[in-house]
Write a protein that binds this ligand. Structure first.
Ligand code: SAM
Length: 507
């Protein structure tokens, strides 16, 4: 494609987005009962794939799958193709085309991903996105479209309007980015002594834009188009293309627990059991600003009964702590919490033992049968016939509350930091870039050359200490530059712990 796009002018930093990976869509498809295609052999399309960082790991892991990435910015596609050939991945194809012109015969995809696009394009392109999703979705296929929604989207519209007005007078991208942030900073500061809602809104927006990378900020906040849409309008648009609502890709976003019985009752009276009404009212209740909505063909048989036995074929990792790990053997209530402070309490020795044992091996993943076996082994008990259903039903509730992680596959995750081995995909990618995806489908930022060279040495043969010594001698001989005040060994110890936690180590 010859057309020059805004994404050719300023490169948009693409990454992997855990909640819209094929793995996640499979998990949610299983939980919501729509017979998703096994991910190993699935066909996958990403519309607006950027430089391919989101889908390349899937293609690398699953050589039997077929993956297609489409983007209209040739700079992005050039980078994606470079990466594909560097990693020698044959089962992925990158196409440089506008979605409006995309044709792929009558080929069907089991998973279609459209992330970070719908809210930022003209109506004709929105139309093309859903049209192509419908045309190319396989019978049991799932597509996910992310979009900015209301009422939260109104707030971003407001600051965007202010920033765009103010930055009209600046011509370079660099000046616009700096001045846009400075404007919101100024408004937040000027209002800091006021007792108004505006003060809090500005503070919240300031926090959001401060953490946004410049290159994404210029497109997402200062770009020509930004059109958040209500859930109802989005679903109406999808239904025009004979696509229907399956659910949200983040299970917790479907969680409709209310603070008390009175609110639960009023809420029920509002939606009267209608799922779409319920989701719309939930947006008002939760002040939602972003959705990652999964769609399926409108003739799909949707039972919408969530049965915990769906967890049978899935893999779970748990990262919870407790201050009273020794109280797992009796019926005392033990509180568990995650790193954000969210938590739960339970008096079931089986559940307590499961949570302690699996958490000790985070981020390793286990199926529910293994979890029950491990828990009973910890308790020194024989397995009883109801153990599996007990544990599965608690784990399903915990997933709904965002307290555990659930995956479609086990992955080759290791927690060995003595003789660490970096995941091969990440190791190969390190030659090209410092932002690398992990097996947990999150991005890991390598801090610089010292960490990069250290991680490249982590091949599972040498001891951590030997690798530290190798790096220290490269620093002493000035082959590597170390400018930080921090002790290099401490830095590398932190690095290896962070790699372990994010699923970067493999067997
Ligand atoms: C905001 S970025 C999102 C990239 C990636 N999906 C992510 O979420 O990180 C939007 C991407 O869509 C591409 N894009 C925008 N309009 C497009 C169109 N009409 N057809 C194909 N790609 C388009 C851009 O080039 C850019 O790479």
């Amino acid at each position: 494609m010859d057309t020059h796009t805004p994404y050719d002018d300023v490169f948009y930093p693409t990454g992997i987005h855990q909640s819209v990976t094929v793995d996640r869509l499979y998990v949610m498809g299983k939980i919501l009962g729509v017979k998703p295609t096994p991910i190993e052999t699935a066909t996958v399309l990403e519309i607006g794939c950027g430089d391919g960082m989101h889908i390349l790991p899937h293609a690398w892991r699953h050589p039997q799958s077929k993956v297609v990435g489409l983007d209209y910015a040739s700079t992005n596609i050039t980078k994606a193709v470079e990466c594909k050939s560097h990693l020698s991945i044959d089962n992925i194809e990158f196409i440089c085309a506008d979605i409006q012109d995309f044709t792929y015969s009558d080929y069907k995809f089991d998973y279609i991903i459209v992330h970070g696009l719908y809210a930022w394009v003209h109506d004709s392109i929105k139309e093309a996105i859903l049209l192509k999703c419908k045309e190319h979705l396989s019978e049991n296929g799932i597509c996910v479209v992310s979009y900015n929604t209301m009422p939260g989207g109104h707030i971003r519209l407001m600051t965007r309007e202010i920033m765009r007005f103010h930055t009209q007078q600046f011509s370079t991208t660099k000046d616009k980015v700096r001045e846009a942030r400075a404007m919101i900073y100024f408004l937040a500061k000027a209002n800091s002594g006021m007792q108004s809602a505006y003060k809090y809104i500005l503070q919240e927006e300031l926090k959001r834009i401060a953490s946004y990378p410049d290159a994404a900020f210029i497109h997402d906040d200062l770009g020509e188009i930004y059109t958040p849409i209500s859930f109802t309008d989005f679903i109406n648009h999808a239904s025009k293309h004979s696509l229907t609502y399956l659910g949200e890709a983040d299970f917790v976003e479907m969680n409709d627990e209310m603070p008390n019985e009175e609110i639960t009752q009023v809420f029920k009276n509002l939606h009267k059991g209608d799922l779409l009404q319920k989701e719309q009212y939930m947006d008002y209740l939760r002040y939602r600003r972003f959705r990652q909505t999964m769609l399926v063909h409108d003739h799909t048989d949707l039972k919408r009964v969530i049965d915990s036995c769906f967890l049978d074929s899935l893999f779970i990792s748990i990262n919870l702590t407790t201050e009273t790990p020794t109280l797992i053997y009796d019926n005392s209530v033990v509180q568990f919490k995650d790193e954000s402070g969210k938590g739960m309490g339970t008096d079931s020795p089986l559940v307590k033992a499961a949570l302690v044992t699996v958490s000790a091996q985070y981020p390793k993943r286990f199926n529910t049968k293994e979890i029950v076996e491990m828990a009973n082994k910890t308790l020194g008990l024989e397995e009883s016939p109801t153990d599996l259903t007990t544990v599965q039903s608690v784990l399903l509730k915990m997933y709904y509350a965002d307290l555990i992680e659930v995956y479609a596959e086990r992955a080759e995750i290791s927690i060995d930091t003595e003789k660490p081995k970096l995941w091969e995909y990440a190791k190969q990618l390190l030659e090209l870039r410092l932002n690398i995806p992990t097996q947990n489908n999150v991005m890991y930022h390598v801090e610089g050359n010292v960490e990069r060279e250290f991680l490249k040495l982590c091949d599972g043969t040498a001891h951590f200490r030997e690798n530290v010594e190798a790096i220290s001698s490269l620093i002493s001989s000035r082959e590597l530059d170390w400018q930080k005040d921090e002790d290099v060994e401490e830095f590398l110890l932190k690095s290896i712990k962070a790699c372990k936690k994010s699923g970067l180590l493999s067997n």
